[in-house]
Design a protein around this ligand. Sequence first.
Ligand code: GMT
Length: 381
Amino acid sequence: MKIGIVCYPTYGGSGVVATELGLGLAKKGHEIHFITYRRPARLSAFHANIFFHEVTAEDYPLFEYPPYDTALASKLVDVVKFENLDILHVHYAIPHAAVAYMTKKILLTEGRYIPVVTTLHGTDITLVGSNNAFAPVVAFSINKSDGVTAVSESLRQQTVDLFNIQKEIRVIYNFIDFDRFKKIDKDHFKRAIAPNGERILTHTSNFRKVKRIEDVILVFKKVYEKIPSKLLLIGDGPERHAMEELCRKLDLSHEVRFLGKQDAIEELLAVSDLFIMASESESFGLAALEAMACEVPVISTNVGGLPEVNIHGETGFLSEVGDIEQMAHNAITILSDETLLQQFRKNALAQARRFDIDKILPEYEAYYEEVLKASKLEVYT
Ligand code: GMT
């Protein structure tokens, strides 16, 4: 199949999933065309089946905001036609699903039908999409997609609850590539980070408010008071500066390391004992799955799709948003008992295997086939 993939090319979860999906499909022989404003962060190496088309929204003194949507639609029309794509798969509804709809309509005027699959990732529905500024377009473009998937059952349900959706939404879970995410021997890292054998707690995110990193630090403080430990904070974003200030105020600067954006996250997970995710909203929690694949148990909140990934009492523990006491108690329970920690590590890996890329990729392939079969020429009005 020739598949066009549209996504945000950043370190965010939706861009990561879109890129890993494209890479996986390319390895299976599909021809993949990424159409984005920048080369996706995880698309570093050359692959014969992968093509990248950069979208540039030309600036002009009249534009306060460069018209990215228009530039993307024009680029999609061009790529679909000249690369002869079979299907467009857009990740994150805003604005990609609406732009794909416009693309479809433009191509229809030339008698060309391009089926569109939209994957909902979370904030496009829960935080941004449900906002009145976007809601009518989000609902419309979901209903006008030829196929719609959500990355968890919770996100599917939320979408149906928030919008008037006539389209069936298929749940296709996010996935993990075990060739990359596995526990590897990085003992020299461990010695550098925790020279006295301290426990290592880790958090990865884009440092936005929704991640509640303050809670992560406050949980860590309580753990640190009981168990010698270090906290690795991976990623960057708007909250970073305030969090650095908080660590200084709490006199934790020597115990908390801000590592910024990292490419080889698996190497840091390899030396971690526990992963903390304190988010107030999380449609899936890809970062938690990456940790689990590296045999790291997870202390998380119980929101959104997290209970579908992190199994309470088996792979880690779930708590109410903001319940710092409970999260700290759960973390101490696991970290103070080596036998329990080892059991949780094993369980985390076993649960992560349910999301093996080798199981999930065929679900996408089958879904594309289904959509292609069902898509008929729409009546142009
Ligand atoms: O978590 C973020 O802020 C990034 C965001 C994105 O759209 O890139 O992540 C969302 O999609 C990920 C991949 O499907 C999910 O694993 C995250 O749970 C989801 N984030 C939220 O729902 C807050």
